[in-house]
Design a protein around this ligand. Structure first.
Ligand code: UD1
Ligand code: CA
Length: 458
């Protein structure tokens, strides 16, 4: 039987260059903490246990990832990567293999990690290295006759060693019992006075454990985040990767460089997305959906054939087929729009169900409302759902016509086929099929004159 995989994520570093009170690994990339991306990888690799070594920022790290079924180990003081691993060793099983990942390296593909795990499971040490144009600062991979013999940290390296372009990514996998043996022998007699995890490479070689190196398909897979500039750089790389995958799947993007996906975006056939749209959480766009420029969609389902015009915000809502939304619409949580619904500019809809063919085209607030089919809501209509203490529902039947500038003071209902005259303040139920009005009768005062401005005497 293959030894089971346990994953160790080092995340105790302070990240001074982030210039932030938030622990580095909790800064977000694509809307998710850096550490969250690494944890997702650990889960995708099927780790039997994932252990996170945290330190700086106290309990903020375990609190932020409380739902992720992780083992947390505190490294109260950071004495180096070897010391960090040492803190977690008691939590790891002797008969497992350990894959070491870094909480601030978010974009590694699982396909890059598989061969390292396989190497460890076959008794070797799998080491992820990368060859860089500028290797300065990194640990260098020292080889003799092509075989890795040790890693030397930049600060401890000779000029000749500093000329080596192949560097250590920090990511490695090995049998846990070896890790336990070797870590116990680490010393901190080096330029930084730290316990270096990298020193285990020479130990492995001495014990006859073969070192098998692999390189990532792209350099950015192993880039870490140490500053806001690097965070922004990795965000762009990640967003570009998402955009390319969408293009590959047949989605039309007006500009792949002006799209932000912070979560999952699933699209049907012939979907098109204009510039500067942001998708958060879980978003589904059905066949033929068109999204105009500058829209924000969060946890939303948009059914086939719907067109969303510019500057529309949809949050936690289900939009049916062949709808027309926007420009400048705001759809808030709990809203369900059926088929062929039109929602126009400066219309806000909250926690409402709107049935087929109904139209709310201009300047309205519809909240806590159940609306039937083929209703026409005039400009400036407001459902007054809040009495200052409680929320109440408005129920509107089918084929209702609501005149402009109407207020429906909930709880109130409007029967099928009813008409409400413009300017009505509806405080009692309106019967089906009838015209209901509340405005005062129009009068004209004959001969009335506007006041004139009095001339000041100088
Ligand atoms: C480390 C490697 C170096 C490699 C480089 C890649 C060592 C000794 N050196 O260097 O060979 O090229 O990564 O970026 O391993 N951490 C802890 N506790 C600690 C120290 C570090 O959790 O006491 C964590 C950090 O949060 C970070 C990771 O380990 O996620 C790497 O730490 P960092 O200080 O960036 O390592 P380097 O010394 O730069
Ligand atoms: Ca580093």
């Amino acid at each position: 039987m293959q030894p089971k995989l346990e994953i160790l994520i080092l995340a105790a570093g302070k990240g001074t260059r982030m210039r932030s009170d938030l622990p580095k690994v909790l800064h977000k990339l694509a809307g998710k903490p850096l550490l969250g991306h690494v944890v997702d990888n650990a889960h995708a690799l099927g780790a039997a246990q994932t252990c996170v070594v945290y330190g700086f920022g106290g309990e903020a790290v375990p609190q932020a990832l409380a739902d992720d079924k992780l083992t947390f180990v505190l490294q109260a003081q950071q004495h180096g990567t070897g010391h960090a691993v040492q803190q977690a060793l008691p939590a790891l099983a002797d008969d497992s293999v350990t894959l070491v990942l870094y909480g601030d390296v978010p974009l590694t593909h699982t396909a890059t990690l598989h061969p390292l795990v396989a190497a460890a499971q076959s008794g070797k040490l799998g080491l992820l290295t990368v060859t860089l144009a500028d290797p300065s600062g990194y640990g260098r991979i020292v080889r003799e006759h092509g075989k890795v013999t040790r890693i030397v940290e930049h600060k401890d390296a000779t000029d000749a060693e500093r000329a080596i372009a192949e560097v250590n990514t920090g990511i490695l996998a090995v049998a846990t019992r070896h890790l336990k043996q070797w870590i116990a022998t680490l010393k901190n007699d080096n330029a930084q006075g730290e316990y270096y995890l990298t020193d285990i490479i020479a130990r492995a070689v001495a014990d006859g454990v073969a070192i098998e190196t692999h390189q990532p398909a792209s350099e950015w897979e192993v880039l870490g985040v140490n500053s806001k500039a690097q965070l922004a750089q990795l965000e762009r790389i990640h967003q570009n990767e998402i955009a390319q995958a969408l293009l590959e799947a047949g989605v039309t993007l007006a500009d792949p460089a002006r799209l932000d996906v912070r979560g999952s975006l699933n699209c049907g056939r012939d979907v098109s997305i204009d510039v500067n749209c942001v998708f958060e959480g879980k978003v589904l766009l059905g066949d033929g959906v068109q999204v105009g420029a500058n829209c924000v969609l969060r946890n939303a389902t948009i059914a086939a054939g719907t067109r969303i015009d510019a500057f529309t915000l949809i949050d936690d809502a289900a939009i049916g087929e062949a709808n027309r939304l926007g420009p400048f619409s705001r759809i808030r949580p709990g809203t369900v729009l059926a088929r062929d619904v039109h929602v126009g500019n400066f219309v806000e809809i909250k926690n409402s169900q709107i049935d087929d063919g109904s139209k709310i085209n201009h300047l309205s607030y519809v909240g806590d409302t159940t609306m039937g089919k083929k209703v026409n809501i005039g400009a400036g209509t407001i459902t007054c759902n809040y009495d200052g203490a409680n929320k109440h529902r408005t129920v509107i039947g089918d084929d209702v016509f609501v005149g402009s500038d109407t207020q429906l003071v909930a709880p109130v209902s409007v029967g099928n086929g009813a008409t409400l005259g413009a300017g009505t303040t509806l405080t009692r139920d309106a019967p089906a099929g009838e015209l209901t009005l509340s405005r005062a009768k129009q009068t004209t005062i004959p001969g009335w004159k506007r006041p004139v401005k009095l001339k000041k005497e100088s």
